[in-house]
Design a protein around this ligand. Sequence first.
Ligand code: DGL
Length: 274
Amino acid sequence: MDHSLPPDAPAPDAPILFFDSGLGGLTVLGPTRALLPTASIVYAADYAGLPYGQKGDDELAARVPALLGRLVERYQPRLVVIACNTASTIALAHVRAALDVPIVGTVPAIKPAAEMTKSGVIGVLGTEATVRQPYVDDLSAKFAAGKTVLRHGSPGLVTGAEAKLRGEAVDPAVIERAIAGLRGQSGGEKLDVIVLACTHFPLLQQELQAEAGPDIALIDGAAGIARRIAYLTRGQSWPAEARPGIAVFTRSAERAPPPLAALAPYGIGSIETI
Ligand code: DGL
């Protein structure tokens, strides 16, 4: 039997590259590591561009493919995960057109939310850029026809999630405003499922759940994305043992990378800036 790899098979240590504007993509990295524990990891955060949710669509449609192009050249990943709803809903098609590597995007979990709701009212909590995307209209029309889909954009939750991961305090008013932004809309009193449509938000799951109360379920797409990554890389070779991953941050005058200790639970062992 021939054990040699097919010519285009990735080398065992070829990494999976996770990409987000900041630390939110760690919520996708976590479940992926649980499925592929020895995979080499590069976690890239565009701190020079954070927050994406406050940027225009055209800017992101140009910025994300250009930056990912640099990162792919530098790290030669076997697969790229755009672990950011804002970048995915705006730039996924542009990235796929520009790069010759498999790309997995992050889509708001409207489909499972629509299957789960009993009241027929679901909420989508994302960045301001994500909640205004026609992509969200399309998902709602396709998977939540006949249901009410309320949307609210919360930039404060992105700041709060970044703070929490660094061990800093989260402003409780930000959490209250995010939930009230959905509940206060017409039909909001019947809300029973909230989609966390920004990868930063599951970092604040506990705080958001406490504010929403026990009758509202919070869901996100991370576990499904992890399964998709495992599926797309099935049959590929992996290192025999896990080695520490790399986190790379685009250089920002306002924001330094977090302490390595905050990233270590996600298997990250070193930090680079580009
Ligand atoms: N984590 C990102 C998302 O999933 C965006 C946060 C931001 O940069 O505004 O939408």
